[in-house]
Design a protein around this ligand. Structure first.
Ligand code: UD1
Length: 390
């Protein structure tokens, strides 16, 4: 564990799954650099555990190895959430943290927030207030409930505060600070791996990424797109149709891979110009996106990353919890509607497509703002506690 500072109780920083790492890396750095903050203990729940989903990203993002790994692994939502809670509770007892810092909207985020809430430990939620208003998304449940128990809520876009205020959350708990994920993107952009190197390393033909016509990048893993046979068939047909106009490169998430195999649908892409890759590291993914003509995705984070990069993004969902990427950025919602997707694709290939602009405070310094604000908030909370005890 990092050496004790201020002889103090630490703050516990939680990560669990891939999209958490690019948010926590700049926070860990900013917390370490801010002498007014207690030492930070990095806790990994073990929700994601594959090397490609996990260790490689830690290295790419210069995130130090976790101090504690709860090694929870995969399970149903109820079992996974419960298991994180069961294993996190004794750690909270042991550490007695001044605060628990959670990011994003994965099961580990909610599980650790619930444990902290029941223990009376202050909860800090980074990336608070995003809402898709679609309760069939597991992440939406995680977002709403985490925000309800959080004491301090840091938001990435101004509209998030409206969502939180509507849910009865007090304005003084909400702080608009910008987007920590974009801190990571801007820090590492220059280190992005060339797409041809990524394909060569994966042992596949590099043609798609070296052709003058360019290529598109795909990511797909939402249960709503990949778990059900009809939805997955529609998703794959859309990709097959799109690939007639633009070759596609698809680093396949384990969940999508398992579904394609289980449902026997791999033949749908057999003759299509779609290059399948294993899950990629952060720098490989960044390189693929930077140079792409467009990105087709159902990810939350990639909607924001493409907006920051100015790359057109077609989101294969009917809604988004990140509306700023549509209003100001390069994002267009196309669902699984192949006609809608192809119309957008044609517009991009014709030289059009959304240009977008960079949203307010997506400037690479969100984590520093959070560290400074958190230090003063913890200082005030401590002074209040001492005054009450005197
Ligand atoms: C989780 C998050 C999702 C996030 C995504 C990014 C929740 C509810 N979902 O979804 O918000 O966008 O991570 O990847 O928290 N698996 C592996 N290796 C791993 C991890 C998972 O093979 O390291 C496989 C397992 O078969 C597992 C499946 O992927 O059952 C799903 O993993 P899980 O963590 O449950 O959810 P994700 O779909 O990854």
């Amino acid at each position: 564990m990092p050496g004790a500072r201020n002889g103090d109780r630490p703050i516990a920083c939680v990560v669990g799954a891939r999209p958490n790492y690019m948010k926590m890396a700049p926070l860990a750095r900013a917390f370490a650099a801010n002498a007014a903050l207690p030492r930070a203990v990095l806790v990994h729940t073990g929700q994601h555990y594959d090397v490609a989903m996990n260790d490689r990203l830690f290295a790419d993002l210069e995130l130090p190895p976790p101090d504690v790994n709860l090694e929870v692994g995969s399970a149903s939502h109820a079992v996974q959430t419960a298991e994180v809670m069961r294993r996190f509770e004794p750690l909270v007892d042991e550490l007695s943290p001044r605060a628990v810092i959670v990011v994003g909207d994965v099961n580990s985020t909610l599980a650790c927030a619930l444990v902290a809430a029941k223990k009376g430990v202050p909860i800090v939620h980074v990336e608070a207030g995003l809402r898709s208003y679609d309760r069939t998304m597991p992440e939406e449940i995680n977002r709403v409930l985490t925000d309800q128990v959080a004491d301090l809520l840091y938001t990435t876009e101004r509209g998030a505060a409206d969502n939180l205020l509507r849910e009865g959350i007090a304005a003084e708990r909400i702080r608009f600070v910008g987007n920590v994920m974009i801190d990571s993107l801007l820090r590492h952009r220059r280190r992005a791996v060339a797409p041809a190197d990524t394909l060569a390393r994966a042992g596949v033909a590099v043609g798609p990424v070296t052709s003058p016509a360019g290529y598109g990048v795909v990511t797909l893993h939402r249960p709503s797109n990949v778990d059900d046979a009809t939805a997955l068939r529609e998703s794959l047909c859309l990709l097959r149709d799109a690939a007639r106009h633009l070759p596609l490169v698809w680093p396949v998430h384990p969940r999508a891979r398992a579904s394609i195999d289980r449902l026997g649908l791999s033949s749908l892409l057999a003759d299509a110009a779609v290059t399948l890759l294993p899950p990629q590291g952060y720098l490989e993914m960044l390189g693929l996106m930077v140079h792409a003509r467009l990105v087709l995705t159902d990810s939350g984070g990639i909607q924001e990353e493409t907006t920051a990069l100015g790359v057109p993004c077609l989101t294969m969902r009917e809604n988004t919890e990140r509306p700023i990427t549509v209003d100001q950025g390069t994002n267009t919602l196309v669902g699984r509607d192949a006609a809608r997707a192809l119309a957008c694709l044609q517009a991009v290939l014709a030289g059009g497509g959304k240009r977008g602009r960079i949203p307010e405070l997506w400037d690479g310094h969100a984590a520093e703002r959070i560290a400074a604000d958190l230090a003063s908030w913890l200082g005030v909370a401590r002074a209040r506690g001492e005054a009450a005890a005197a």
